[in-house]
Design a protein around this ligand. Structure first.
Ligand code: HEC
Length: 446
């Protein structure tokens, strides 16, 4: 099977339009299913039948959607599916994400021109999981961007948010322990529950809907799916008593949910732009949010009341972090500045400020002992500061891409960084050496 693919891709590269011989014509199971399951079934399956189209079965692919058949057998240039992935017909597919690579487009085109043969004989569609490609393109396109990371409270597991779900890895061996799929689009937020039994994940479609799932990691099954936001989930946090899950969305709202029933408890509506970051104080009496509207808001999660607003930043906030004492919050965003406030009952007082990076700060975290602040920025650096003085302790520059996700291990011994290019590092927090071989997190492991 592996060799079949290699032959097919080599032929494609060398003879882009020369057609396929009978032996080398693309196979539905080996060539087409992987492309569709990687790029399309998130929106076109029995679960999410957008535009009436299912692409998770051969039958669905042939039947097409609202517009009629998506394939005209033998003629790719008349097949809506081909025209839509090449952008010749609007809207381009996959909808609102990166277009397919040329190799994938060519495979699809050749397969349609070759008569769009279905899963024949031994090629049972049910076997596609095992037969799924070692993908043809070796480059970054195959890795999913990492937008979120969360350490298990005991530190032995790390949840890595990726396209369609999370990978759970063992932090010492790097082995994949479990993976959870089914989330819509990229997992932009992930959080372990305080008891370490659950993991909450947030994704969703831009301008359509947020998608939140709660998985039980020991039973390895989904226990709750929460819908309610009108746009992607950007942040989520469990209350320390684990009764509330707070979610923040690009739709400007924060919602509080009962973690057992999934019932919505409150909608916190006061930000006037996307909410990118959320955290509870350790006593659970405050919820703090940071928004593109340049403000940080302090809420009482028990009644949903907004207590006060911190509005010194001069540009959008990307990330906030609450000090372990619960008495202090720091934030960073487009104005490149770390600001630290002391939180009072009725207002907050800015105590420290530092222009910390050359471009937008993407992430801010406190070490578990509260003595350090780590930040990442669009200048492709990670910096570590003394939390009291904001003196710079270390800079990890030359990051291969933006570090979108950053988390200290619960014992403070390590700092995990997940990047836009899909790579992951785990630095030891003494001398900041990468103790984890940088790996690509494939959307699906083979
Ligand atoms: C993020 C969600 C999403 C993804 C991913 C996606 N689509 Fe779509 N697709 C849509 C939506 C929404 C429509 C309806 C668009 C419209 O009518 O304006 C659609 C419509 C279509 C249609 C037309 C169906 C009909 O009869 O109306 C085809 C064909 C199609 N998509 C193919 C694909 C293929 C092939 C891929 C993967 C390469 C893909 N889509 C990935 C959301 C998606």
């Amino acid at each position: 099977m592996g060799s079949h693919l290699v032959v097919a891709s080599v032929l494609l590269l060398m003879l882009p339009s020369a057609g396929f011989t009978e032996q080398s014509r693309p196979s539905y199971v080996l060539d087409i299913v992987p492309i569709l399951s990687e790029n399309c079934v998130g929106c076109h399956s029995i679960k999410n039948k957008m535009s009436g189209l299912r692409l998770d079965t051969y039958k669905g692919l042939m039947e097409g959607g609202k517009r009629g058949p998506s394939i005209v057998i033998g003629t790719k240039l008349e097949s809506p599916i081909y025209l839509m992935v090449t952008g010749k017909m609007e809207p381009q597919m996959p909808f609102s994400s990166e277009p397919l690579g040329q190799v994938e487009i060519d495979l699809l085109g050749h397969w349609i021109d070759a008569g769009a043969p279905g899963p024949d004989g031994g090629e049972l569609a049910a076997n596609t999981e095992q037969k799924r490609l070692p993908k043809i393109e070796p480059t970054t396109k195959l890795k999913s961007q990492i937008f979120s990371l969360s350490y298990h409270p005991e530190g032995h597991l790390l949840a890595i948010g990726r396209h369609g779900g999370i990978n759970l890895i063992d932090t010492t061996t790097g082995h994949l322990i479990a993976q959870f799929d089914g989330l819509t689009d990229i997992a932009r937020a992930v959080a372990f529950s305080p008891d370490g039994k659950l993991v909450a994940i947030g994704g969703g479609y831009a301008q359509q809907s947020g998608d939140v799932r709660i998985w039980d990691i020991t039973k390895r099954r989904e226990i709750l799916q929460i819908e309610g936001h009108a746009d992607t989930i950007q942040a989520l946090a469990f209350s320390p008593d684990q009764k509330i899950l707070a979610t923040a969305s690009y739709d400007k709202d924060i919602r509080l949910w009962n973690t057992t029933s999934g019932e919505e408890l409150q909608t916190l509506r006061d930000h006037i732009d996307a909410v990118y970051s959320l955290a509870f104080t350790s006593d659970g009496n405050r919820l703090i949010s940071g928004s593109a509207d340049r403000s940080i808001k302090i809420w009482d999660p028990n009644n949903g009341e907004r207590l006060y607003t911190l509005s010194e930043p001069i540009d959008g906030i990307n990330s906030i972090a609450v000090h372990p004492s619960g008495k202090r919050v720091s934030a960073g965003g487009h104005d490149r500045t770390i600001r630290v406030w002391e939180l009072g009952e009725k207002n907050g007082k800015m105590s420290k400020t530092l222009i910390a990076h050359q471009s937008a700060i993407l992430h801010v975290v406190y070490s578990p002992d509260g003595k350090k602040i780590a930040t990442t920025a669009a200048d492709r650096t990670i910096k570590i500061f003394d939390a009291e003085t904001l003196d710079e302790l270390a800079t990890l520059d030359n990051q291969s891409d933006w570090v979108m996700a950053l988390a200290f291990s619960p014992d403070g011994g390590h700092l995990a960084a997940g990047r836009f290019d899909g790579s992951l590092s785990i630095y030891d927090s003494k001398n900041y050496l990468d103790t984890f071989q940088t790996v690509g997190i494939a959307r699906k492991s083979p």
